[in-house]
Ligand binder design. Structure first.
Ligand code: FAD
Length: 321
């Protein structure tokens, strides 16, 4: 009892995805609280390199599941393999980072094992029979503390709320033989990656985000972002208008970010937007309206026209370099 199984995720180039390290930290806290050990499962066509990449991060055993049907993160193919590995190690907790893959795969594992599930956990509280998890509800307006019943429990982890696991000695890699499901109803057709020279939104240290106040002109936002080596983000209003692609959307129905610096320009600060960025270390808001709700959560607020203020900021930063 008490064992934890974390699903490992890879980037498109096969390297270890950083969010997995945050999920491992949550797994370590759960293992400590419930008296078990942390295991991980890497699934790929050949999972050896990925398993080796993760074994040093405080994981006792990494189960390397290599098979052709596991090449792509299809929940239908991954879930039976994860469920089988969880049963083999008598896992009490099965989790992954709350990425697109984690959100897709883990609930399916929970359904297979008839397990309870908590999504996007923020922290682990208590220990033994009193282990509880906190998770956001109603776009983060409420933080619920939940205790999960049953012998098997599933969870996804909000990566921004847990530090990345650090290297702490090598764990063991074991081959895990995963059988292909009898019927494969989903077929992988292709993956179109949006390539950008800027850092990935969820991993950037600085994010410059624009809202409807930009009126679709993102030149000032992009200029400041490039000056700071930052990622560009957007509110839903911007993405819905087709001004920027959907993968830049931050918020309840977009990405969750927690950079060291978040600049919100021409964004009003609707609760659904704030749900995706309020954990940022320093929040700077630029808005023409002094009553805009974004100022309530901003560390620094500038009541100004973004088209004037941002180029001035960019010029000042450039001059100071
Ligand atoms: C179920 C649900 C889920 C949602 N999910 C999300 C989500 O994930 N992410 C998200 O962002 N939204 C989400 N929304 C939408 C959200 O409620 C808001 O409508 C949206 O965030 C507003 O975007 P905005 O701040 O860019 O636009 P607005 O609210 O229109 O604000 C524009 C701001 O720009 C300012 N402004 C205008 N001109 C300038 C200028 N020249 N210089 C400076 N400031 C200026 C204005 O004063 C205003 O404050 C969701 C809504 C629902 C119902």
């Amino acid at each position: 009892m008490g064992n934890v199984l974390i699903v490992v995720e890879a980037n498109t180039d096969g390297s270890l995805r950083k969010a997995t390290l945050n999920a491992i930290t949550a797994g370590q806290q759960l293992a400590k609280a419930s008296g078990g050990e942390v295991h991980a499962i890497a699934l790929a066509k050949d999972a050896t390199a990925l398993a080796n990449a993760v074994k040093e991060y405080g994981v006792k055993v990494v189960h390397a599941a290599s098979a052709a049907h596991l090449e792509h993160a299809l929940a239908e193919n991954w879930a039976p393999a994860i469920a089988a590995a969880a049963q083999a190690i008598n896992a009490e907790w099965i989790g992954a980072a709350a990425t697109t893959v984690g959100r897709d795969v883990v609930p399916r594992v929970a359904a297979k094992l008839k397990a309870v599930m908590a999504s996007e956990i923020l922290s682990v509280e208590g220990s033994g029979a009193d282990v509880a998890l906190t998770r956001p509800m109603w776009a983060g307006a409420v933080i619920a503390t939940v205790k999960l019943a049953g012998s098997v429990k599933c969870f996804t982890v909000r990566a921004t709320e847990f530090a990345a696991a650090e290297k702490s000695g090598a764990g063991e890699v074991k081959v895990f033989a995963a059988e292909a499901p009898a019927r494969q109803l989903t077929k992988f057709v292709g993956f179109k990656e949006v390539k950008s020279a800027r850092p990935a939104l969820t991993e950037a240290k600085v994010v410059i985000a624009g809202g409807r106040g930009t009126k679709g002109d993102f030149k000032p936002i992009e200029g400041l972002a490039d000056e700071l080596g930052a990622a560009v983000g957007a509110s839903r209003a911007v993405c819905d208008a087709g001004w920027q692609p959907n993968d830049l959307q931050i918020g309840q129905t977009g990405k969750v970010v927690a950079p060291a610096l978040y600049v919100a320009a021409g964004i009003s600060g609707a609760i659904q937007h704030v749900a995706g960025m309020k954990s940022s270390k320093t929040i700077v808001a630029i808005n023409k309206d002094p009553d805009a709700p974004i100022f309530q959560i901003a560390d620094y607020g500038l009541v100004a026209d973004l088209f004037k203020a941002i180029p001035e900021m960019q010029a000042a930063i450039k001059a100071a370099k």
